[in-house]
Design a protein around this ligand. Structure first.
Ligand code: PMP
Length: 445
């Protein structure tokens, strides 16, 4: 436990705070010597697993050689990373580097507004997004986020930007069923954009598969192609937030590849450096940058952009993913994880839905399986499951805020790509046991 005498901002949640001393592969070791499987990869970050010697060596060498450059200059680590990244995308993108997800989202929003202004459309000054979404905690990113719990107490300071419902079949906002629904969640975008007020929208930002506030909500196959077409028709830049899903997490290099999208801007962080250095980036379509560049002299300017240590680390992380064929592995082992979760938990009375792709799976918990009634967050049931699981030696990522104004809760199961079948069996057993414990506790109350 973290001592209360330690004066730093501790999150006030019902998730136990642990003091972690070291980590290796998919395992965390607490100060008290407890060994825990990290089935959340931290905050869905550590895709290649912890404690890689080759990263320690390369980081040390980089710090010895060059630890910082003026933001407008270049260096070998930056050049090597850009060259490698170019081969990760099938189109030509221009990259800009930051230190994390929110900073990258801010950069994407900033580019979008700048682009529209350079196109002589300065009235396009709003960003459209979805409820049940999370894009970061800075004020622009939070304004685009539709998770009411994470916006709480700050609403009055945020931009008043429009939002549409998410593609969330398990709780369809129109109470329709696929495929007779006509993909109402995509059609609503067209309806909104036909209104006069929608002329002010510069871009649409969304997670390809909803993570932190949804628990791996995967849209139906028709959703993304339809949304992309509508954005194009109305001249909105399509910003895909791959902060959680990028770099192999969902079994492809990027989740948008599941639907063959060609986003205008792609936002990444987390898996880019696997947590070995704070790192984020945006990839912007080359033709958009060129158009903009002719008129606007300078784009973004963060002190830590293109940080040599971050670039070296990210380059090595991507090299490891390539050489160890970790995306292929995550795809294979992810299918096993999905099947195991469904086999063990589909009939569980507290499990409403199990969904996901690759090594990115969500288990939504409910009070009533028939009515889909969610737990009241005040009951702390999600925290109870996570606490039991930690006692049993596994950490899961908590997701809250799926149902607007009501909450709705899920756990993300997303271990590092190096996880084995035996470890997955253990992870699923622990989740079942933790749910059983809550079921027993609820029966007693
Ligand atoms: N976008 C998405 C999709 C995220 O999941 C997150 C963080 N969970 C962010 C943006 C913000 O990233 P960061 O916490 O690194 O600022």
């Amino acid at each position: 436990m973290i001592p209360s005498s330690l004066h730093f901002f501790k999150p006030l949640t019902d998730i136990p705070s642990l003091s972690i001393e070291k980590a290796h592969g998919i395992y965390l070791y607490t100060k008290e010597g407890k060994k825990i499987i990290d089935a959340a990869s931290g905050a869905v970050v550590v895709n290649i697993g912890q404690g890689r010697e080759e990263l320690a060596e390369i980081a040390l060498e980089q710090i010895r050689n060059l630890n910082y450059i003026f933001p407008l200059w270049t260096s070998k680590p930056l050049e090597d990373l850009v060259k490698r990244l170019s081969s990760w995308f099938s189109q030509t993108y221009r990259f800009y580097f930051t230190t994390g997800g929110a900073e990258s989202v801010e950069s994407a929003l900033r580019f979008t507004f700048l682009y529209q202004a350079m196109e002589n459309k300065p009235w396009k000054n709003k960003i459209l997004s979805r409820y049940t979404s999370y894009h970061g905690t800075t004020l622009g990113a939070l304004s685009a986020s539709g998770n009411f719990l994470r916006r709480k107490n700050l609403e009055h300071c945020l931009f008043d930007w429009p939002k549409i419902p998410p593609p969330y079949c398990y709780r369809c906002p129109w109470s329709k069923t696929y495929p007779s629904c006509g993909i109402a969640c995509a059609e609503v975008l067209e309806e909104l954009l036909n209104e006069e007020t929608a002329k002010s929208i510069a871009g649409f930002i969304a997670e390809p598969i909803i993570g932190a506030s949804g628990g791996a909500i995967v849209p139906v196959d028709e959703y993304w192609p339809k949304v992309a077409e509508i954005c194009k028709k109305h001249e909105l830049l399509l910003i895909i937030d791959e902060v959680m899903t990028g770099f192999g997490r969902t079994g492809k290099r990027f989740a948008f590849e599941h639907w063959k999208l060609e986003p205008d801007i792609i936002v990444c962080a987390k898996g880019l450096s696997s947590g070995y250095s704070p790192m984020g980036m945006i990839a912007v379509k080359e033709e958009l940058v060129q158009k903009c560049e002719q008129k606007a002299k300078s784009f973004m300017f963060y002190t830590y952009t293109s940080n040599p240590l971050g670039c070296t680390v990210a380059n090595k992380v991507l090299e490891i993913i390539e050489s160890e064929r970790l995306i292929e592995h995550s795809n294979r082992i992810g299918a096993f994880l999905g099947e195991s979760l469904k086999k063990a938990l589909s009939d569980h009375p507290l499990v409403g839905d199990i969904r996901g792709k690759g090594l990115f799976w969500g288990v939504e918990i409910v009070r009533n399986k028939q009515t889909k009634e969610p737990f009241d967050p005040k009951e702390g049931c999600l925290g109870k499951i996570i606490t039991s699981a930690l006692e049993l030696g596994v950490f899961f990522y908590p997701c809250q805020g799926m149902v607007d104004g009501v909450s709705g809760e899920a756990l993300l199961v997303c271990p590092p790509f190096t996880v084995t079948e035996a470890e997955i069996i253990n992870i699923v057993d622990v989740l079942k046991e933790s749910l059983d414990r809550l079921k027993q506790a609820l029966a007693m109350t």
